[in-house]
Structures are given as C-alpha cells and as structure tokens.
Write a protein that binds this ligand. Structure first.
Ligand SMILES: [Zn+2]
Length: 138
C-alpha cells in the first residue's frame, strides 16, 4: 500500500527532526502525480503513528497540481491525472514543472506556543492554486 509506505517514511523523517517532541500536526505538500489518496494517507498515518510521539497528530495535506511546460509554444499546461506529458499542438514532449512534490512543509510540536495551534489558517503558502484542486479538505 503506497500510502502506508509514505506515511511511515514521513513519520521517520519527523522523528529524526523532532525526536523528543510530541507532534500536534504536520503539513505535507504532495504533488498530484504522486497519486496519493488523502483519506488513505490519513488512515495510514494514524496506524503508523500509533505508539509514537506523532500519535494523534493532525495531518494536513496540501496538493500541488501537476503542471508542465512546452518549449515549443512556451505554454504551461496542467498535466491532468493520469498525466499527459505531450503537447498536442507542437507534438513535443513537455517538461514537468510541478506535481511530483512530496515534502514536509510544517511540523507543529505541542510546546511550540500559541501561534502553533491554528495550522490550517496560519501555515505559510496555503493560499496557492491548490485551493482549487479536487482534493477534499476535512
Ligand atoms: Zn507546444
């Protein structure tokens, strides 16, 4: 299961970064082309975090839409999912610009202070294009 291995890798990285802190929430930025099902990742994360200092942490997932550039006509175009990396106008391959991200962008630990609590509203860069993506926010 794809999402479980991602969840375990993320947890390993967070434990390396903040080995002694209880984590309240963490924010992941995940490209559309990684093909993660947010509900499945959330579920897997809950399982994998059980018994660790990440147990009960809130997982926030930001999705980055796949985007590619055509050197022929110079346009940037959404890749869609499954991705199309071919320009229908120029008959040329496209260069992938975005959509393969899998990054931990923010970790909030329990003793970080009052401004660490409202992650969904205060995390930087949350007002980008992926607000319009189809990933449900729960
Ligand atoms: Zn083109």
């Amino acid at each position: 299961m794809h999402e479980l291995s991602i969840a375990m890798a993320v947890i390993d990285q967070v434990r390396d970064a903040v080995p002694d802190d209880r984590v309240e929430s963490l924010t992941l930025r995940i490209g559309e082309l990684v093909a993660v099902v947010p509900e499945a990742l959330d579920f897997s994360f809950g399982l994998a975090a059980d018994g660790t200092l990440l147990a009960g942490a809130r997982l926030v997932i930001e999705t980055v839409d796949g985007e590619a550039h055509c050197d022929g006509c110079g346009r940037d175009t959404p890749t869609g999912m499954p991705p199309v990396l071919w320009c229908g106008d120029c008959e040329r391959p496209l260069t992938l610009l975005a959509g393969r991200e899998l990054e931990i962008v923010r970790v909030v630990v329990a003793d970080e202070g009052p401004d660490g609590t409202a992650v969904g509203d205060t995390a930087r860069d949350t007002t980008r294009d992926e607000e319009t993506s189809h990933v449900p926010h729960r």
